[in-house]
Design a protein around this ligand. Structure first.
Ligand code: UD1
Length: 336
């Protein structure tokens, strides 16, 4: 298939581009580079052994998306584009609703105009109203969430469902990511957060690289085995393979699946895995809980295995080793 990746220059999109090409698909990337680098596309092209066309522009621009769909005779869209910083979404809710809803709607409208029927959407485990262990897809989803970022994901899920009701030819997959981590095994592409990372794995990586002084562990009094928060960390290449499996399994209607491993890792597990990869102890301190954080969030990955024939095969140790290789080789991310 010829596949358009909106937001494809980002962390998950760039890894997915490579795996798609490995599976003999053709890839075009549309990205406004507001939170990504064209260097990621150049490096992904090198790793994939083919030049990936990059259109620099906004997935919220319906005419532009329509032109790209027509010019490249696109068969399917994977819609990664959107803002993703939870804290920023609380400070700038209108921007989050405009950008995230606007780009999803514009992309779906352009697809309808051009007769493109295949759509894969980057959703998030954050749409579950009551996080916990082994969340299945039928757990409660809604707008009673901790932040506007999560609500944009829940609303776009509803938009995809409504679009599918109105157009029975639409073939859609909604992928609820748990916690994407790691990097390509080459160490050439990886996560390149701007400013101070909000998320655990890039923060620990920067502590290991000496860019940040110490990790602050947000609470050790949760009802979990070691008292720190437990998450389902999924290697970004496993996640990328999940996208390819979802794309190849598309059928009329909407298939909603979790992409997670089914296993939980605590903050201390991540820290220890990093210390093992780096070969020394990393400075850390316990501080208060971060508001809005859940004790545990892990996926029941059964449906993805049944419907997509996919499951994650890489461990937390694999992800940490790869994240560390990327960080070590690129201490300043794509700026190096
Ligand atoms: C966060 C977002 C989620 C988003 C996901 C993207 C929140 C509340 N949720 O998930 O909506 O989809 O990122 O990957 O922000 N931790 C520390 N110290 C740190 C950073 C994190 O102890 O400096 C802990 C957290 O308390 C948590 C775990 O590490 O227990 C993972 O945190 P993080 O990587 O931010 O992911 P989530 O909060 O699960």
């Amino acid at each position: 298939m010829r596949v358009l990746l909106t937001g494809g220059a980002g962390f998950i999109g760039s890894h997915t581009a490579i795996v798609l090409i490995e599976h003999e698909h053709e890839v075009v990337i549309l990205d406004d580079l507001s939170n990504a680098s064209d260097e990621a596309v150049r490096r992904a092209s090198r790793l994939a052994g083919t030049e990936i066309p990059l259109v620099v522009g906004d997935a919220g621009d319906r005419e532009l998306v329509g032109r790209v769909l027509a010019e490249h005779r696109i068969d399917a869209v994977i819609h990664f584009a959107g803002r993703k910083a939870v804290g920023e979404s609380v400070a700038k809710p209108l921007e989050y609703y405009r950008v995230n809803l606007g780009s999803a709607i514009a992309t779906l409208e352009a697809m309808a105009e051009q007769g493109v029927e295949r759509f894969v959407f980057s959703s998030s485990a954050t749409v579950y109203e009551r996080p916990g262990p082994l969340l299945a897809e039928d757990a409660q989803v809604g707008l009673d969430l901790e932040n506007p970022y999560g609500r944009t994901k829940a609303i776009i899920e509803a938009i995809v469902t409504d679009a599918s009701m109105a157009n029975s030819a639409l073939q859609a997959a909604v992928l609820r990511y748990f916690n994407p981590v790691g990097a390509h095994a080459s160490g050439n592409i990886g996560e390149d957060p701007k400013g101070i990372p909000n998320n655990l794995m890039p923060f620990v990586a920067q502590v290991a690289a000496g860019v940040r002084e110490r990790l602050r562990i947000f609470g050790d009094d949760y009802d979990t085995p070691d008292g720190t928060g437990v998450r389902d960390y999924i290697h970004v290449v496993d996640l990328a393979e999940g996208h390819v499996a979802a794309l190849e399994a598309l059928a009329p209607g909407v298939l909603t699946v979790n992409l997670g491993t089914g296993s939980g890792g605590s903050v201390l597990d991540v820290l220890r895995a990093f210390e093992a990869a780096v070969g020394r102890e990393l400075p850390h301190e316990i501080v208060a809980r971060r508001p809005g954080d859940a004790a545990i969030s892990t996926a029941d990955p059964t449906l993805a295995h049944e419907r997509l024939g996919w499951r994650a095969t890489r461990s937390l140790d694999d992800a940490v080793r790869d994240a560390w290789r990327w960080q070590r080789q690129n201490p300043r991310g794509y700026a190096d």
